[in-house]
Design a protein around this ligand. Structure first.
Ligand SMILES: [Ca+2]
Ligand SMILES: [Ca+2]
Length: 501
């Protein structure tokens, strides 16, 4: 929140940026001794995957159209809007743009959490896009479950960077706080190219634990369909719902729908469970954010943004699950999954009827299939490094091996036992580190509802991110006063892949 007290500091920071650009030298703030040296490098340049996700051309799928395509309209007509159902979104945060001012913010355990103005908010632009699909209140771009409670747990930073240890901690947090906002659904549009067996993978075990605690976990299948068949981790976990993407061709009928080119086919061991619209999805954008400024061609009138991905498809399914649970709160995650699969509509291009079908919420709601999945239970005792696949945060050196984002040793055997027992978080501590001592304690996440607040209300338009935020120099140089992230080399960091699907 913009306060009178913080304004002078901002002005000073802007000066820092301006001076830096001229003389290449930072006038150091008062706590300069605590700050890491500033890097002159840009943060990670956009990847090819990102460019595919935010391209300008192709099918246009407005949210009205999406609701019709997945046959949510009839549920809406019955008065189902997701009311009373909590949906957790573990992503890059959510910006309080128009239509998303009632999002509830959980902890910010991202690398941005030390940057006052970025806490909880989405600077990258991914989480906000998904949140719009799930629950926007905009009448001209309505979310599929507009009255659901969206709980945002921010793990991805302003440039999308995140380590798998943060995602696992975020999942644990949601599971262990699920009763506070009746969290029945988790949308996780994150995945790595890990090849570790889901039976031992810690990330896989984290989502499975959520599932066994009554949370229907909806994951993105991944966007690498053109280079590999396998799903991303944790979509490979057999219990959860893995969502592939459909190109609706802009029409309501399913007969012309095709599987999106980036949506992975799956392997004999694990394919997507269901498909949902994920091409040309027009949803909320973050003005001045990373994706917004990197891919301006994806902007659409009315502060909207066009995006492709199984992330967006997962958001559609997650919202649909909330409608089903509002209609019948007694459904278990297994029931929900069985009914979604049972009700889905086979695509014409699939001659066999074996491949996953397109989400049909009208059919899913009226299905009376009882779910009873039988899979082996995972142990979670594999390695964190295995869960990362090839995706690593890049600081002075890459974050690798059995250590979390703080450099704290990670013992998966100890963690798995605690996660299963729902005790991995102890107050603000996870894996022996106080993750939240600064970030959201005392900020009061449970009272932090953005009722009636928009960017305009606290000055977003006046200064924006791009004057002082990530653009050209990153956060370092002002916000990181010796609290701990810099233990492994914060400045000059990036990441080496697109983990947001
Ligand atoms: Ca809403
Ligand atoms: Ca169609």
């Amino acid at each position: 929140m913009m306060t009178a007290a913080s304004r002078p500091r901002l002005v000073r920071l802007l000066l820092v940026v301006l001076l830096t650009s001229v003389v290449g030298n930072i006038p150091l703030p008062a706590h300069a001794d605590d700050l890491p040296a500033r890097s002159s490098e840009l943060p990670s340049p956009p990847s090819a995957d990102e460019a595919v996700s935010w391209e300008a051309e192709g099918t246009t799928a407005t949210l009205d159209h999406v609701a019709e395509a997945v046959r949510a309209t009839r549920l809406h007509e019955r008065g189902l809007t997701g009311r009373g159902i909590g949906i957790a979104l573990i992503d890059t945060g959510v910006a309080p743009v128009v239509g998303l001012t009632d999002v509830v913010h959980g902890p910010d355990i991202s690398l941005d959490s030390q940057a006052e103005q970025a806490q909880h908010y989405d600077v990258y632009g991914h989480g906000t896009h998904l949140a719009g699909i799930i629950t926007s209140d905009r009448l001209d771009a309505p979310g599929l479950a507009p009255d659901a409670t969206l709980l945002s747990v921010k793990v991805g930073a302003y440039n999308g960077a995140v380590d798998v240890s943060q995602v696992i901690a975020g999942i644990d947090w949601v599971v262990q706080h699920r009763e506070e906002h009746n969290i029945r659904v988790l949308v996780l549009a994150y995945g790595t190219d890990s090849t570790q067996d889901p039976l031992v993978d810690p990330l896989s075990h984290a989502v499975e634990t959520a599932w066994h605690n009554g949370i229907t976990v909806v994951t993105a299948a991944g966007n690498d369909g053109q280079v590999r068949d396998s799903l991303v981790n944790p979509a490979t976990n057999p219990w959860v719902i893995a969502v592939g993407a459909v190109d609706t061709q802009g029409t309501r009928r399913v007969s012309d729908d095709t599987v999106a080119t980036f949506s992975p086919a799956g392997t004999p061991a694990r394919g997507p469970d269901v498909l949902a619209p994920g091409v040309g999805m027009v949803s909320a954008r973050v003005p001045g954010g990373y994706l917004d400024t990197t891919f301006p061609g994806a902007q659409r009138p009315g502060d909207l943004f066009r995006g492709n991905g199984t992330s967006q498809a997962a958001a559609v399914v997650g919202a649909g699950v909330a409608l089903m649970l509002e209609d019948d709160p007694s459904l278990t995650p297994d029931d929900v999954k069985a009914r979604i699969v049972d009700g889905s509509k086979v695509l014409r291009q699939d001659g066999t009827g074996e491949a996953p079908g397109m989400l049909n919420l009208t059919q899913a709601r009226t299905s009376d299939v009882i779910g009873a999945q039988v899979h082996l239970l995972s142990s979670g005792t594999g390695t964190l490094e295995g869960a990362r696949g090839s995706y690593h945060l890049l600081g002075d050196s890459p974050l690798t091996g059995e250590q979390d984002i703080f450099g704290q040793p990670f013992d998966s055997v100890v963690w798995a036992a605690e996660a299963t027992a729902l005790t991995s978080w102890d107050g603000g501590t996870w894996n022996n580190t106080e993750w939240t001592g600064w970030g959201w304690d005392g900020w009061g996440w449970d009272t932090a509802e953005w009722t009636g607040t928009t960017w305009d209300g606290w000055g977003w338009d006046g200064w924006g991110w791009d004057g002082w935020g990530w653009d050209g120099w990153g956060w370092d140089g002002w916000g990181w006063d010796g609290w701990g992230w810099d233990g492994w080399g914060w400045d000059g960091w990036g990441w080496d892949g697109t983990q947001w699907d």
